[in-house]
Design a protein around this ligand. Structure first.
Ligand SMILES: Nc1ncnc2c1ncn2[C@@H]1O[C@H](COP(=O)(O)OP(=O)(O)O)[C@@H](O)[C@H]1O
Ligand SMILES: [Mg+2]
Length: 295
Protein backbone atom coordinates (compact mmCIF):
# COMPACT_ATOMS: atom_id res chain seq x y z
CA UNK A 1 0.00 0.00 0.00
CA UNK A 2 1.10 3.55 -0.61
CA UNK A 3 3.90 4.65 -2.86
CA UNK A 4 6.91 5.16 -0.67
CA UNK A 5 9.71 2.94 0.53
CA UNK A 6 8.85 1.49 3.93
CA UNK A 7 8.81 -1.68 6.01
CA UNK A 8 6.98 -3.12 8.97
CA UNK A 9 8.89 -4.38 11.97
CA UNK A 10 7.82 -5.52 15.36
CA UNK A 11 8.82 -4.50 18.80
CA UNK A 12 8.47 -6.71 21.85
CA UNK A 13 8.24 -3.58 23.97
CA UNK A 14 5.76 -0.77 23.82
CA UNK A 15 8.25 1.34 21.96
CA UNK A 16 11.23 0.13 20.01
CA UNK A 17 13.68 1.27 17.42
CA UNK A 18 14.30 -0.67 14.23
CA UNK A 19 18.04 -0.61 15.03
CA UNK A 20 17.41 -2.89 17.97
CA UNK A 21 15.35 -5.29 15.92
CA UNK A 22 17.73 -6.42 13.20
CA UNK A 23 16.66 -6.44 9.58
CA UNK A 24 13.03 -7.12 8.73
CA UNK A 25 14.02 -10.41 7.06
CA UNK A 26 15.39 -11.79 10.34
CA UNK A 27 12.04 -11.54 12.01
CA UNK A 28 8.87 -13.57 11.82
CA UNK A 29 5.53 -12.13 10.91
CA UNK A 30 5.05 -8.85 12.77
CA UNK A 31 1.58 -9.94 13.82
CA UNK A 32 3.09 -12.83 15.80
CA UNK A 33 5.35 -10.59 17.84
CA UNK A 34 4.84 -7.48 19.95
CA UNK A 35 3.62 -4.22 18.54
CA UNK A 36 3.98 -3.60 14.82
CA UNK A 37 5.56 -0.43 13.54
CA UNK A 38 5.94 0.92 10.04
CA UNK A 39 9.24 2.62 9.18
CA UNK A 40 8.84 5.13 6.38
CA UNK A 41 11.71 6.69 4.44
CA UNK A 42 11.04 10.26 3.34
CA UNK A 43 11.33 11.01 -0.39
CA UNK A 44 14.82 12.42 -0.97
CA UNK A 45 15.26 16.10 -0.09
CA UNK A 46 11.91 16.40 1.59
CA UNK A 47 10.77 16.74 5.17
CA UNK A 48 8.17 13.99 5.02
CA UNK A 49 9.47 12.46 8.25
CA UNK A 50 9.20 15.63 10.33
CA UNK A 51 5.90 16.52 8.66
CA UNK A 52 4.54 13.13 9.72
CA UNK A 53 5.66 13.68 13.30
CA UNK A 54 4.47 17.28 13.64
CA UNK A 55 1.10 16.40 12.10
CA UNK A 56 0.55 13.58 14.59
CA UNK A 57 1.42 15.88 17.50
CA UNK A 58 -0.92 18.60 16.22
CA UNK A 59 -3.68 15.99 15.95
CA UNK A 60 -2.90 15.02 19.54
CA UNK A 61 -3.21 18.64 20.71
CA UNK A 62 -6.58 18.88 18.99
CA UNK A 63 -7.67 15.55 20.49
CA UNK A 64 -8.18 14.02 17.07
CA UNK A 65 -7.52 10.25 17.05
CA UNK A 66 -4.27 9.67 15.17
CA UNK A 67 -1.64 7.02 14.58
CA UNK A 68 1.28 7.36 16.96
CA UNK A 69 4.41 8.61 15.19
CA UNK A 70 8.06 8.90 16.22
CA UNK A 71 11.13 10.16 14.41
CA UNK A 72 13.49 7.22 13.85
CA UNK A 73 16.73 6.16 12.20
CA UNK A 74 17.41 2.86 10.48
CA UNK A 75 20.90 1.97 9.21
CA UNK A 76 21.90 5.61 9.39
CA UNK A 77 18.86 6.80 7.43
CA UNK A 78 16.34 9.14 8.95
CA UNK A 79 12.65 8.48 8.73
CA UNK A 80 9.51 8.18 10.78
CA UNK A 81 7.81 5.22 12.40
CA UNK A 82 4.14 4.74 13.08
CA UNK A 83 2.64 2.19 15.42
CA UNK A 84 -0.01 -0.05 13.92
CA UNK A 85 -3.51 0.59 15.18
CA UNK A 86 -4.72 -2.59 13.46
CA UNK A 87 -4.33 -4.83 16.47
CA UNK A 88 -6.49 -6.71 18.93
CA UNK A 89 -8.33 -8.44 16.09
CA UNK A 90 -9.08 -5.18 14.29
CA UNK A 91 -8.55 -4.90 10.58
CA UNK A 92 -8.22 -1.79 8.48
CA UNK A 93 -10.66 -1.41 5.60
CA UNK A 94 -9.54 1.38 3.29
CA UNK A 95 -11.79 4.03 1.84
CA UNK A 96 -11.43 2.70 -1.70
CA UNK A 97 -12.61 -0.79 -0.71
CA UNK A 98 -15.84 0.62 0.73
CA UNK A 99 -16.36 3.15 -2.05
CA UNK A 100 -16.06 0.36 -4.64
CA UNK A 101 -18.80 -1.58 -2.83
CA UNK A 102 -21.19 1.31 -2.45
CA UNK A 103 -20.63 3.66 -5.39
CA UNK A 104 -21.53 2.27 -8.79
CA UNK A 105 -18.55 2.25 -11.15
CA UNK A 106 -16.00 3.38 -8.53
CA UNK A 107 -12.48 2.28 -9.52
CA UNK A 108 -10.63 1.34 -6.31
CA UNK A 109 -7.31 0.95 -8.17
CA UNK A 110 -7.17 4.46 -9.54
CA UNK A 111 -4.11 6.20 -8.15
CA UNK A 112 -4.51 9.71 -9.59
CA UNK A 113 -7.41 11.96 -10.53
CA UNK A 114 -9.96 9.80 -8.75
CA UNK A 115 -12.66 12.45 -8.99
CA UNK A 116 -15.28 10.04 -7.59
CA UNK A 117 -13.43 10.31 -4.29
CA UNK A 118 -15.81 13.02 -3.09
CA UNK A 119 -17.17 13.92 0.30
CA UNK A 120 -20.69 13.18 -0.97
CA UNK A 121 -19.65 9.63 -1.89
CA UNK A 122 -17.87 9.15 1.44
CA UNK A 123 -21.04 10.28 3.23
CA UNK A 124 -22.97 7.67 1.22
CA UNK A 125 -20.52 5.00 2.32
CA UNK A 126 -21.00 5.97 5.95
CA UNK A 127 -24.75 5.80 5.53
CA UNK A 128 -24.43 2.29 4.18
CA UNK A 129 -21.79 0.60 6.33
CA UNK A 130 -23.22 1.53 9.71
CA UNK A 131 -26.32 -0.33 10.82
CA UNK A 132 -27.37 2.54 13.07
CA UNK A 133 -27.61 6.17 12.08
CA UNK A 134 -25.70 7.20 15.21
CA UNK A 135 -22.69 5.19 13.98
CA UNK A 136 -22.80 6.99 10.64
CA UNK A 137 -23.15 10.37 12.36
CA UNK A 138 -20.11 9.78 14.53
CA UNK A 139 -18.08 8.56 11.59
CA UNK A 140 -18.94 11.66 9.53
CA UNK A 141 -17.98 13.89 12.43
CA UNK A 142 -14.63 12.13 12.75
CA UNK A 143 -13.92 12.47 9.05
CA UNK A 144 -14.83 16.15 9.24
CA UNK A 145 -12.20 16.49 11.97
CA UNK A 146 -9.60 14.81 9.75
CA UNK A 147 -10.40 17.23 6.93
CA UNK A 148 -10.04 20.21 9.24
CA UNK A 149 -6.67 18.81 10.34
CA UNK A 150 -5.66 18.45 6.66
CA UNK A 151 -6.61 22.07 6.03
CA UNK A 152 -4.60 23.22 9.03
CA UNK A 153 -1.42 21.37 8.09
CA UNK A 154 -1.88 21.61 4.30
CA UNK A 155 -2.09 17.85 3.77
CA UNK A 156 -2.75 17.30 0.07
CA UNK A 157 -2.68 13.50 0.16
CA UNK A 158 -6.01 12.40 1.68
CA UNK A 159 -6.62 9.88 -1.10
CA UNK A 160 -8.82 6.81 -0.83
CA UNK A 161 -6.16 4.64 0.80
CA UNK A 162 -5.28 7.27 3.37
CA UNK A 163 -8.36 6.82 5.53
CA UNK A 164 -10.48 3.87 6.49
CA UNK A 165 -12.48 2.02 9.07
CA UNK A 166 -11.23 -0.39 11.68
CA UNK A 167 -13.50 -3.35 12.18
CA UNK A 168 -13.59 -6.31 14.50
CA UNK A 169 -15.71 -9.43 14.31
CA UNK A 170 -18.09 -9.91 17.23
CA UNK A 171 -20.17 -13.08 17.55
CA UNK A 172 -22.88 -12.18 15.11
CA UNK A 173 -21.81 -8.87 13.58
CA UNK A 174 -18.99 -6.48 12.85
CA UNK A 175 -18.13 -3.58 15.09
CA UNK A 176 -16.37 -0.72 13.37
CA UNK A 177 -15.28 2.87 13.67
CA UNK A 178 -13.21 5.33 11.68
CA UNK A 179 -9.51 4.42 11.93
CA UNK A 180 -7.20 6.97 13.54
CA UNK A 181 -5.92 9.45 10.98
CA UNK A 182 -2.60 8.43 9.35
CA UNK A 183 -0.15 9.34 6.57
CA UNK A 184 0.34 13.09 6.90
CA UNK A 185 3.73 13.04 5.18
CA UNK A 186 2.56 15.35 2.37
CA UNK A 187 2.00 18.42 4.49
CA UNK A 188 3.62 21.50 6.04
CA UNK A 189 5.52 22.46 2.88
CA UNK A 190 7.69 19.36 3.21
CA UNK A 191 8.52 19.37 -0.53
CA UNK A 192 9.89 22.92 -0.68
CA UNK A 193 13.51 23.98 -0.80
CA UNK A 194 14.58 26.55 1.77
CA UNK A 195 15.06 29.33 -0.82
CA UNK A 196 11.49 28.87 -1.97
CA UNK A 197 10.22 28.90 1.61
CA UNK A 198 12.18 32.07 2.33
CA UNK A 199 10.85 33.66 -0.86
CA UNK A 200 7.23 32.82 -0.10
CA UNK A 201 7.57 34.20 3.41
CA UNK A 202 9.38 37.36 2.29
CA UNK A 203 6.66 38.03 -0.31
CA UNK A 204 3.90 37.29 2.18
CA UNK A 205 2.59 34.51 -0.05
CA UNK A 206 2.30 31.62 2.38
CA UNK A 207 -1.50 31.88 2.16
CA UNK A 208 -1.35 31.68 -1.66
CA UNK A 209 0.77 28.56 -1.40
CA UNK A 210 -1.90 26.94 0.78
CA UNK A 211 -4.75 27.96 -1.53
CA UNK A 212 -2.94 26.64 -4.60
CA UNK A 213 -2.40 23.16 -3.13
CA UNK A 214 -4.52 20.42 -4.69
CA UNK A 215 -6.06 17.85 -2.43
CA UNK A 216 -6.84 14.21 -3.20
CA UNK A 217 -10.46 14.56 -2.15
CA UNK A 218 -12.72 16.03 -4.81
CA UNK A 219 -15.73 18.22 -4.32
CA UNK A 220 -17.60 17.10 -7.38
CA UNK A 221 -17.11 14.32 -9.91
CA UNK A 222 -17.21 16.92 -12.70
CA UNK A 223 -14.17 18.81 -11.47
CA UNK A 224 -10.79 18.22 -13.07
CA UNK A 225 -8.85 18.84 -9.88
CA UNK A 226 -9.48 18.55 -6.21
CA UNK A 227 -9.80 21.82 -4.30
CA UNK A 228 -7.14 22.80 -1.80
CA UNK A 229 -7.69 21.24 1.64
CA UNK A 230 -8.70 24.73 2.85
CA UNK A 231 -11.22 25.27 0.09
CA UNK A 232 -12.64 21.79 0.66
CA UNK A 233 -13.37 22.68 4.28
CA UNK A 234 -14.94 26.01 3.25
CA UNK A 235 -17.35 24.25 0.90
CA UNK A 236 -18.00 21.40 3.33
CA UNK A 237 -18.69 23.86 6.15
CA UNK A 238 -21.41 25.56 4.11
CA UNK A 239 -22.97 22.28 3.04
CA UNK A 240 -22.62 20.30 6.28
CA UNK A 241 -22.37 22.81 9.15
CA UNK A 242 -23.60 20.28 11.69
CA UNK A 243 -20.42 18.25 11.13
CA UNK A 244 -17.90 20.93 10.28
CA UNK A 245 -18.81 23.46 12.96
CA UNK A 246 -17.90 21.05 15.79
CA UNK A 247 -14.85 19.90 13.85
CA UNK A 248 -13.67 23.51 13.45
CA UNK A 249 -14.40 24.16 17.11
CA UNK A 250 -11.49 21.83 17.89
CA UNK A 251 -9.19 24.61 16.66
CA UNK A 252 -10.25 26.92 19.47
CA UNK A 253 -7.54 25.41 21.65
CA UNK A 254 -4.84 26.27 19.16
CA UNK A 255 -2.78 29.43 18.79
CA UNK A 256 0.46 30.38 17.07
CA UNK A 257 2.48 30.15 20.23
CA UNK A 258 1.44 26.53 20.92
CA UNK A 259 2.12 25.59 17.29
CA UNK A 260 5.58 27.18 17.40
CA UNK A 261 6.42 25.42 20.62
CA UNK A 262 5.47 22.10 19.12
CA UNK A 263 7.44 22.60 15.87
CA UNK A 264 10.46 23.63 17.92
CA UNK A 265 10.54 20.25 19.60
CA UNK A 266 11.85 18.68 16.37
CA UNK A 267 15.63 18.28 16.90
CA UNK A 268 17.73 20.97 15.19
CA UNK A 269 19.58 18.56 12.88
CA UNK A 270 16.30 17.23 11.49
CA UNK A 271 14.69 20.44 10.29
CA UNK A 272 16.19 23.65 8.95
CA UNK A 273 15.30 27.04 10.46
CA UNK A 274 13.51 27.99 7.21
CA UNK A 275 11.47 24.80 7.24
CA UNK A 276 10.45 25.50 10.82
CA UNK A 277 9.50 29.11 10.13
CA UNK A 278 7.54 28.06 7.07
CA UNK A 279 5.65 25.23 8.82
CA UNK A 280 4.69 27.66 11.60
CA UNK A 281 3.67 30.39 9.13
CA UNK A 282 1.61 27.93 7.09
CA UNK A 283 -0.29 26.66 10.10
CA UNK A 284 -0.71 30.21 11.38
CA UNK A 285 -2.19 31.36 8.08
CA UNK A 286 -4.42 28.29 7.72
CA UNK A 287 -5.59 28.61 11.31
CA UNK A 288 -6.63 32.20 10.72
CA UNK A 289 -8.55 31.31 7.56
CA UNK A 290 -10.29 28.38 9.23
CA UNK A 291 -11.23 30.38 12.30
CA UNK A 292 -12.72 33.08 10.04
CA UNK A 293 -15.27 30.54 8.84
CA UNK A 294 -16.95 30.29 12.22
CA UNK A 295 -17.11 34.01 12.90
N1 LIG B 1 -0.48 3.37 12.02
C1 LIG B 1 -0.92 2.47 11.15
N2 LIG B 1 -1.60 1.38 11.56
C2 LIG B 1 -2.05 0.47 10.67
N3 LIG B 1 -1.87 0.55 9.34
C3 LIG B 1 -1.19 1.60 8.87
C4 LIG B 1 -0.69 2.62 9.73
N4 LIG B 1 -0.06 3.54 8.98
C5 LIG B 1 -0.15 3.11 7.72
N5 LIG B 1 -0.82 1.95 7.63
C6 LIG B 1 -1.10 1.14 6.41
O1 LIG B 1 0.03 1.20 5.57
C7 LIG B 1 -0.30 1.83 4.34
C8 LIG B 1 0.87 2.70 3.91
O2 LIG B 1 1.15 3.66 4.92
P1 LIG B 1 1.16 5.19 4.59
O3 LIG B 1 1.51 5.90 5.84
O4 LIG B 1 -0.13 5.55 3.96
O5 LIG B 1 2.38 5.25 3.58
P2 LIG B 1 2.58 5.95 2.16
O6 LIG B 1 3.12 7.29 2.51
O7 LIG B 1 3.53 5.11 1.44
O8 LIG B 1 1.24 6.03 1.50
C9 LIG B 1 -1.58 2.60 4.62
O9 LIG B 1 -2.35 2.77 3.45
C10 LIG B 1 -2.25 1.68 5.61
O10 LIG B 1 -2.83 0.60 4.93
MG1 LIG C 1 -0.58 6.48 2.22
Amino acid sequence: MGSKQKFWYSSPEQQGSPEQQGSPEQQGSPEQQGRSWLFKYPQPNTGEHWAEKIAAEIAGLLRIPHAKVELAEFQGKRGSVTESFARGGRELIHGNQMLARVIHGYDPGRKFHQSSHTLANIWQVMGRVFAESEGARRAKLRISEYLVLDALIGNTDRHHENWGLLRRRLKDRWKGFVAPTFDHASSLGRELRDERRDGLMAENRVGDYAERGRGALYWSEDEQRGPSPLELVRRAFHEHPSFFRPALAKLEKLDNYTVAELVDRVPTEWMSPSARRFAMALMGSNLERLQELCR
